[in-house]
Design a protein around this ligand. Sequence first.
Ligand SMILES: Cc1ncc(C[n+]2csc(CCOP(=O)(O)OP(=O)(O)O)c2C)c(N)n1
Ligand code: SF4
Ligand SMILES: [Mg+2]
Length: 351
Amino acid sequence: MTYIAKPKLHHPELPKNKVGYTRRDYEGKISTLCAGCGHDSISAAIVQACWTLDIEPHRVAKLSGIGCSSKTTDYFLGNSHGFNSVHGRMPSVLTGANLANRDLIYMGVSGDGDSASIGLGQFAHCMRRGVNMVYIVENNGVYGLTKGQFSATADKGSKSKRGVVNNDEPVDMIGLALMLGATFVARSFSGDKAQLVPLIKAAIEHKGAAFLDVLSPCVAFNNHPGSTKSYDYVREHNEAVNRLDVITGRDEITVDYEPGTVTAVTQHDGSVLRMRKLSADYDATDRVKVMNYLQQHAAAGEVVTGLLYVDPDSADLHEHIHTIETPLNQLTERELCPGAVALEKFNASLR
Ligand SMILES: Cc1ncc(C[n+]2csc(CCOP(=O)(O)OP(=O)(O)O)c2C)c(N)n1
Ligand code: SF4
Ligand SMILES: [Mg+2]
């Protein structure tokens, strides 16, 4: 992968977070994406989210597949663990890493081609298994890296840059994530940092599979009239159901909730999601109602954004399969290989 390292020089008085890092410490290499690509704004939002959450960079593992979107893991969190896998295989590689070391924060970054075509099966299984991760799809409706073919999320009737109409039904990744049991489902727009940063923070604090579909226009191949993934189209059709604040479990909670307008959801680690209702009939904790609401609004041509669904009592894969609290990669040989007597006893219990 080609890259240009960022100069390390910065102002000596840049503000530091609680763990002693400046925002610059969360950046990566200089991006080689097209100027104006939505994916770069998502990288900036990830940097902002991790810096403000006071996460030590070495506690994050970022994984990706193949595509312009998957290249971005090189452009943020340069001091974190990273693995660029093959096309559509990020979820299985991430699942394996997560099983070996549950102590890291896992961030999977993918594209609509990477996740809705070749990686659709992998996406499905990490959602239904509840792998503890933030799964970000940088959704531009095209294969940007291979020069703008329609992807499986391109809307029926939308036009390519050359005027060709897409006649195939789109894969609705939000609908799939909900159906498959994801416990945190959100949609946002790369051009709306005020909405995107708190959603990423909330997804990081969530236990289980947190899915974020981020509309991220491809300025080179899908930002023209007739595209439903262009900056203009998303701005004009954006229908936000809520606005989010995240208060981490570590901080004292001193918020004054306004009855009727703010819903507070406490997560497993004590962090509180405060959702300001923008739509009076929206309940982000009722999976079936959320699915109906999204279908109705999609039929009306609206792009519904915000925290769409959250299960405050979520569990993750480790709970499902009863692994021990100690990360498997820290177990000693003695614990991993308890000896012939223990093995014989175990085998006898199965006879
Ligand atoms: C196994 C395999 N098949 C096909 C390709 C070619 N290929 C590279 S990137 C890509 C699609 C990328 O689209 P998306 O995930 O939407 O990322 P974007 O570039 O739009 O961000 C394809 C088909 C590949 N690299 N590997
Ligand atoms: S081709 Fe599209 S997706 Fe790729 S970097 Fe350029 S604008 Fe972004
Ligand atoms: Mg794409």
